[in-house]
Design a binder for this molecule. Structure first.
Ligand SMILES: Nc1ncnc2c1ncn2[C@@H]1O[C@H](COP(=O)(O)OP(=O)(O)OP(=O)(O)O)[C@@H](O)[C@H]1O
Length: 229
């Protein structure tokens, strides 16, 4: 497992009124096992930062690396173990929950037996063992969020970028999903959760607050993690 490094990363969009800088230049280094919350009001730049970290958009300046590997495109990042859970979940609504988890594993050449095992375990982890055969479109918003998390967990990623992935959950399920994210960090993954929810943010090892694209540490990474940097 490797450090995630963002070096001078910024995101600018071309808007109707000219360029709009959604993320101001930012340096960030996260070691394996770090669980970071990214907070800030609507429009602060949280999604833009996560998308740039996950190479789902090309940063305007700067670069992102995971260990020795530059994250230069979404396919490459995915192959390097970067799971991005977008707002809206990115699931295929006309497939079952199980298929949504299984298909990406099979695409990545995980054996069918192992893919099935991982899918079952991931659905159990998010408390949806009984719902695997349901079409995603038939599930509630909160259940869909849990399927999207399960899909990421099943891939055993090196980096999880979760964009508001607990926003539709009741307190019990939110706690369960935060524990599952924490479990991923214990496994050695780097976990980044964008959230509006102060209680979810409080469970992370550190909180990076964005305001109009400017990042400041609301709570620096815990000492034990900084020592690893
Ligand atoms: N594709 C785009 N084109 C132009 N401007 C964009 C685009 N995506 C986002 N923006 C703008 O960039 C800024 C940051 O948006 P972003 O979605 O990253 O914020 P956010 O903190 O994730 O917001 P929310 O909490 O509402 O999801 C906003 O001003 C938004 O309008």
């Amino acid at each position: 497992m490797s450090d995630l490094i963002a070096d001078g990363l910024s995101v600018t969009y071309d808007g109707p009124d000219g360029p709009h800088r959604a993320v101001q230049p930012l340096d960030l280094r996260l070691p394996p096992g770090a669980f970071l919350a990214v907070t800030g009001p609507s429009g602060a730049g949280k999604s833009s930062l996560l998308w740039a970290l996950g190479a789902a958009l090309t940063p305007t300046t700067g670069a992102v690396t995971l260990g020795d590997d530059a994250l230069t495109g979404r396919d490459r990042a995915a192959a390097l173990g970067v799971a991005l859970i977008p707002q809206g979940n990115g699931l295929a609504g006309s497939l079952s929950a199980e298929e949504n988890i299984l298909v990406p594993l099979l695409t990545r050449k995980v054996s069918p037996a192992d893919a099935l095992r991982r899918t079952t375990a991931a659905l159990e982890l998010v408390g949806l063992a009984e719902s695997g055969r349901h079409l995603v479109d038939e599930l509630s918003g909160g259940q869909q969020q849990r399927v999207a998390l399960a899909r990421a967990f099943a891939q055993r990623p090196a980096l999880i970028l979760a964009d508001e992935s607990t926003s539709d959950l009741d307190a019990g399920n939110r706690e369960r999903m935060i524990s599952a994210l924490r479990g991923e960090a214990h496994r050695g993954a780097i976990v980044v959760l964008a959230t509006h929810d102060p209680e979810a943010a409080a469970e992370a090892d550190g909180e990076l607050a964005l305001d109009e694209g400017v990042a400041t540490w609301a709570r620096p990474l815990a000492d034990v993690l900084r020592a690893a940097i």
